[in-house]
Design a protein around this ligand. Structure first.
Ligand code: GLA
Length: 414
């Protein structure tokens, strides 16, 4: 039956076809049935691309640092078929909205009638644009998608949409690229078309995720490997339900501050390319040269890069207490130095950190709203989730959404 872990954002789980109401088991079935309802035939293909949660290495991907995300068991499901016209028609089932666009109107960011693309459609259109720029075939398609990745919540709903569409066009376009290449094309769409200067982490995790494995990516060399997820811990996502606003502006400003730090520091540290090249000790010796705000942003980055490096041996030894400590330190740093937290995220983290079984808790993703990630002893996961939900609602008056997640496979053609 429908309900296990479908996000409330999916308004209608049941759908009416020819007056008969159906209940669906999964987003896969919802996507197929709604496609059929809309286009009058079964889709030729279905792809699924997950969101992600990042355990450690926040706001370091665009500083050539290291990140430790997992692909989660919530995803965008896209049902699609080749279109017989040169027009791509997309239905966002959760929004009950539809758009059509042509390759010729892509650069103007308008639909087939010349109206500006709605915000949600900029992601698939951006993917088509990035693929065309790379010389890859993007045959017109008709598609319908639905997702249980909450939007604007720090768990990469946009990257999951991008990865679903890259895979769809790969399926129809007769070309084939490794997952990391597909991730880079999604990042290009986001950077150059959507206009957010994001790093590679989200698209990487959505494209390269592996079941029950933690991913470790060097964002400079793009080398990556996986680590086992310790069996005795559960990864719990707690959604404050606060949605970020104006993120791209703040996000791009953080990135600009990091670039400014590199520019100033390279005066006395010639040869540095990014903050990755500045160990904490060296940073401390040169930090006086930086304006206060730039110094705070850069300090978060150099210390966070060091934390991710310390994390690997701890994970290998199974030292969850120390690893969890790094998550707690990361939150304090995002709150005080990088200044991307909000009061609701701080409340969620403070309550969590005091609960039995919690090794570590912090905001996850870009910040300014959204979710926290919690590392909790598995046998205490259920009690933890209830206590956290109650504590947060008591303090803020709003019920959060909390769920125990598992690491899933990356984007795939089903
Ligand atoms: C967003 C971006 C990522 C990364 C995180 C912060 O999710 O898309 O590239 O920078 O923020 O770590």
């Amino acid at each position: 039956m429908y309900h296990s872990h479908t996000h409330p954002a999916n308004t209608a789980a049941d759908s009416s076809i020819d007056g008969v109401t159906f209940m669906f088991d999964s987003l896969h079935e919802i996507a197929v049935a709604k496609f059929r309802e809309r286009f009058g035939e079964a889709p030729a293909h279905v792809v699924r691309a997950p969101g992600r949660v990042n355990l450690l290495g926040e706001h370091v991907d665009y500083n050539d640092g290291f990140v430790l995300p997992i692909a989660i068991d919530r995803a965008t499901w896209l049902a699609f078929s080749p279109s017989k016209t040169d027009q791509t028609t997309l239905t966002a089932a959760d929004l009950i909205e539809e758009v059509s666009f042509h390759p010729e109107t892509l650069s103007a960011k308008t639909d087939a009638e010349g109206k500006p693309l709605p915000a949600w459609a900029v992601y698939p259109a951006g993917v088509m644009w990035a693929l065309k720029e790379a010389g890859l075939e993007t045959p017109a398609l008709k598609g319908l998608y639905t997702s249980d990745v909450p939007q604007g919540a720090g768990v990469s709903s946009s990257a999951s949409v991008e990865m679903a569409f890259v895979l769809a066009w790969q399926t129809l376009g007769g070309w084939s690229l490794p997952p990391m290449e597909r991730a880079l094309l999604g990042q290009k769409a986001e950077n150059k078309y959507v206009g957010v200067n994001s790093g590679i982490m989200d698209q990487f995790a959505s494209a390269c995720g592996e079941q029950d494995r933690l991913l470790y990516l060097d964002c400079r060399s793009l080398e990556w490997h996986t680590l086992p997820l310790p069996q005795e811990v559960a990864i719990i996502i707690a959604d404050t339900k606060m949605r970020r606003t104006l993120t791209s502006g703040e996000y791009n400003k953080r990135r600009a501050d990091c670039e400014e730090a590199v520019r100033i520091l390279s005066g006395t540290l010639p040869g540095i390319q990014s903050l990755r090249d500045v160990p904490v000790k060296t940073f401390n010796q040169h930090a006086v040269r930086l304006p206060e705000q730039v110094e705070k942003r850069a300090r978060h980055v150099v210390e966070e890069i060091e934390r991710t490096q310390r994390a690997i041996p701890l994970l290998e030894q199974g030292d969850m207490a120390e690893f969890g400590n790094l998550l707690n330190q990361c939150h304090a740093s995002l709150r005080d130095l990088y200044e991307v937290s909000i009061p609701e995220l701080d409340v969620m983290v403070e309550i969590a950190q005091d609960l039995p079984g919690c090794y570590g808790a912090r905001l996850t993703g870009a910040g300014f709203g959204g979710c926290t990630v919690n590392l909790v002893a598995r046998e205490q996961a259920t009690a933890f989730s209830s206590a956290l939900a109650l504590g947060y609602e008591t303090e803020t008056g709003f019920p959060p959404e909390i769920y125990i997640c598992s690491a899933s496979k990356g984007a795939e053609l089903i």
